[in-house]
Write a protein that binds this ligand. Structure first.
Ligand SMILES: *Cc1c(COP(=O)(O)O)cnc(C)c1O
Length: 428
């Protein structure tokens, strides 16, 4: 707050397309999709109309013991587009609540079947699953999570295959992950309820892309050892990586999948936890058996949010948005190639339209910038001056543009990105 109060705070008044406008009328590209949410841009007529149409019917009605029309229609749609086997939908209102639901469901799934010893979780180093206490317990970013350690339940942490910080060797990095997972499953498998993972791209940990085949192998190991797989697709879902879900990239079907962020096109707070029939059936019993999943939020399955999510998914189809993402991603990749030779650019990581650029003090030794230098923050402030908003992750510059961004817009945004990086690293 001290930094914020002494800064000139940015106050957004409106949005149009992929630009946001502040109260002085200055325009900015939304270079991080308003924290990784936005899909179709801002103030989109089709999405606005879906909300106002629904508003003319009902703004909210509970899902506790009843249903509403858009929540049913959206659930049906989600089961059609999700990885196969995910036939059941449990709504909530943020990625973190969706994660809480997944971990509680995984725990109670085993409990209901008498496997009471299966109660711990495996997570990955630098994992981020949201900021509520359960989600933090399966999180592993020391800067955000360490202070709360005494409040958390313990989880097993396996290495994330972060090849750049593993001497640049993808094979070795992946082997370290797989062998740690295999060892844990072989020795402690009977105590473990689930593995939770950000599939293919670890987001808040620094936009770190897994080596090909890693997710597939992790999924196979879990299946073999009777441990559930929870895919946290909150950041990667809805086209961001060039597939509808990152799990699709390796034909992985998790037991539980959490979605949020882009679900409503980034318009309203709706999240969901999808489950297989097998998970669902572990709770399906006579009242007397007391197998109920006791969990609910006041705004669960909000009709306005579900209506806009349906309209967003229709736009995905009408505009063949995902094929577009793949083309745009290769355009961005080519444009950023020039940055690779810059003296302080350590690594450019990208999957689809999810890009992280790790800045380093020494390119040869890969020595990071000291955190006190706030290199990411400074590059971000420079980008803002140049007309683009983003938010860094430590020394990693983040570029996560709305999926609808055109090549012309991506061209302008990548120019700003490059200039902001060069000016703070080389410009003194
Ligand atoms: C953002 C994020 C969350 C948390 O979502 P909120 O809606 O902010 O609670 C969880 N997992 C991942 C991978 C995320 O990127």
């Amino acid at each position: 707050m001290k930094d914020y109060i002494h800064s000139d705070p940015l106050i957004i008044e409106r949005g149009e397309g992929i630009k946001l406008y502040d109260i002085q009328g200055r325009a900015y590209y939304d270079g991080f999709s308003s924290v990784w949410l936005n899909v179709h841009g801002h103030n989109v007529p089709e999405l606005n109309k879906a909300i106002t149409d629904q508003l003319g019917r009902v703004a909210h009605s509970t899902l506790l013991g009843m249903a509403n029309v858009p929540a049913i229609e959206l659930a049906e749609k989600l089961t059609l587009i999700a990885p196969k086997g995910l036939n059941k939908v449990f709504y909530s209102d943020s990625g973190a609540t969706g994660v809480e639901i997944a971990i509680k469901m995984a725990f109670q799934y085993w409990h209901n079947q008498g496997a009471r010893e299966k109660k711990t979780f495996i997570t990955m180093k630098q994992a981020y699953h949201g900021d509520t206490i359960g989600a933090v317990s399966v999180g592993a970013i020391p800067l955000y999570h360490e202070v709360f350690r005494p409040m958390l339940f313990p989880s097993h942490v396996i290495p994330y295959p972060y090849a750049y910080r593993h001497e640049g060797d993808e094979t070795k990095a992946m082997e370290a992950t797989i062998s740690a997972l295999r060892h844990l499953l072989e020795t402690r498998g009977e105590e473990i309820a689930a593995l939770i993972v950000e599939p293919i791209v670890q987001g808040a940990g620094g936009i770190v892309v897994m080596p090909p085949g890693c997710l597939r192998e992790m999924a196979d190991l879990c299946r073999k050892h009777d441990v559930l797989l929870i895919a946290d697709e909150v950041a990667t879902g809805f086209g961001r990586t060039g597939a509808m879900f990152a799990c699709d990239l390796e034909a992985v079907s998790p037991d539980l999948m959490v979605i949020g962020k882009g679900l409503t096109g980034g318009y309203l707070p709706v999240a969901a936890t999808l489950a297989t029939d097998d998970v669902y059936n572990a709770f399906y019993a006579d009242y007397e058996e007391q197998k109920t999943f006791f969990h609910g939020h006041s705004f669960t399955g909000n009709p306005l949010g579900c209506a806009v999510a349906l309209a967003s998914l229709k736009l995905f189809e009408d505009r063949s948005l995902i094929e577009g993402v793949r083309m745009k991603a290769s355009f961005v990749e080519q444009k950023l190639r020039a940055l690779q030779d810059r003296p302080y650019v350590g690594e450019i990581r990208q999957k689809g339209l999810m890009i992280g650029i790790e800045l380093v003090r020494d390119k040869v030794t890969r020595q990071p910038y000291d955190w006190e230098e706030r290199i990411g923050v400074r590059a971000t402030l420079r980008a803002r001056e140049l007309g683009m908003l983003t938010r860094p992750l430590g020394n990693v510059m983040v570029f996560i543009p709305p999926l609808v961004s055109t090549e012309t817009e991506l061209d302008a945004m990548t120019d700003i990105l490059a200039e902001s990086i060069i000016s703070v690293t080389e410009g003194g």
